[in-house]
Write a protein of this length. Structure first.
Length: 131
């Protein structure tokens, strides 16, 4: 997706979350849309690392957030992933992401807990890395 001419003055209006998290906006000038397009890009250009609690998660991996098994709701770049003490899973408050919601501002270092507040119907979190 690219905005129609004239190009919006506010750079936040030029791309969405997938354009940021996949890097397509900064490298190619477009934002990938949710739906079939996003599924194709993930299948063609990315490797699924696992769920967010996988020991293989690294900074700069792409976190893909799903509603059900077929609908991608959001994506963000992982800054850090923090596990809760005592094997309690991912610590949502200390796990940080770079996230962009729609045409809103890019939020650097926002907690997973905050992103979950913005998207209340998320059901699973998968991590991807460029192939």
């Amino acid at each position: 997706w690219r905005p129609l001419a004239p190009i919006p003055v506010n750079p936040n209006h030029r791309f969405f979350c997938h354009g940021y998290s996949l890097g397509t906006y900064f490298t190619h000038g477009y934002s990938v849309l949710s739906g079939v397009e996003m599924l194709i890009v993930l299948a063609d250009e990315y490797v699924r690392i696992g769920y967010l609690d996988s020991p293989h998660v690294q900074a700069n991996d792409v976190l893909v957030m799903w509603h059900g098994r077929t609908e991608i709701r959001h994506s963000a770049k992982i800054v850090n992933r923090v596990m809760a003490a005592g094997g309690g899973g991912v610590n949502d408050g200390l796990t940080l992401l770079n996230s962009k919601t729609g045409t809103g501002p890019l939020k650097l270092g926002v907690s997973l807990a905050t992103v979950k507040q913005d998207y209340r119907d998320l059901t699973s979190f998968e991590v991807y890395r460029p192939a």
